[in-house]
Ligand binder design. Sequence first.
Ligand SMILES: Nc1ncnc2c1ncn2[C@@H]1O[C@H](COP(=O)(O)OP(=O)(O)OP(=O)(O)O)[C@@H](O)[C@H]1O
Ligand SMILES: [Mg+2]
Length: 256
Amino acid sequence: MVALHKPQDAGLALHIEGLSHAFHLDGEPLPVLDNVSLDVAPGEFVALLGPSGCGKSTLLRLVAGLEPADRGTLEGDGQAITAPDPSRVVVFQDPTLYPWRRVWDNVAVGLEAQGVLKTQRGRVDAALAKVHLSEFARAWPRQLSGGMAQRVALARALVNEPRLLILDEPLGKLDSLTRIAMQKELIELWQRQGYTALLVTHDVEEALLLANRIIVFSERPARVKSEIVVDRAYPRRRDDPYLVNLRTQILQSLGL
Ligand SMILES: Nc1ncnc2c1ncn2[C@@H]1O[C@H](COP(=O)(O)OP(=O)(O)OP(=O)(O)O)[C@@H](O)[C@H]1O
Ligand SMILES: [Mg+2]
């Protein structure tokens, strides 16, 4: 049994079946996803691991609706995913904040695009509070540390009140101490908000600390190679023998 978190209705049910995708490189097809099937329950936290270049980010882009898949089924709550939607937002490895906008105005972007900012300014304040950056609302991006900038990127995603939070190595560039602090924050936010989370990471330990379930992909084209349920309550301890044992199992599955 996977331990899910309330409020469950805040999370999207994701259904991926027989998903295949190819790019073209010098006119030659480059298969990237090969018949990937994956179901994610509302409120579940799933981590994706796999070799560099195997197709993880591509899978996230398809789930976000940023581009259409060649073949297969991709559904959120039973509805085909065909375009981006504020209910499914991505946080990338680089925070990519607008340097000419203050922190507050960076976080406000999503609501501005939806044309609701005038009446819902409080949502921006709330999102900044969630990542503990209320004091820096008036700061410029260049005045932030790397970890703070990444928290702004997270607030910019959370302001949309996503039902699916898609994280593509969001902590990849942070130093290890900031990273540990952010992992804790990600878990707390997820537990409070109840969204479904899909995280790509290269850090096996991070996957074990955060996820209910870990999917290991093969070399490109990505196929689901193995699936590991992490049946442990939060907060988790890195030195938990259960997790240490799973880590060995996963590294083997990755061929390391
Ligand atoms: N827009 C594109 N056009 C052509 N090829 C692409 C495009 N995007 C990705 N690829 C190719 O698809 C493959 C998978 O890329 P993807 O970014 O999904 O890998 P990844 O698993 O996220 O890797 P990493 O762990 O290094 O981030 C790579 O071989 C890449 O060159
Ligand atoms: Mg990637």
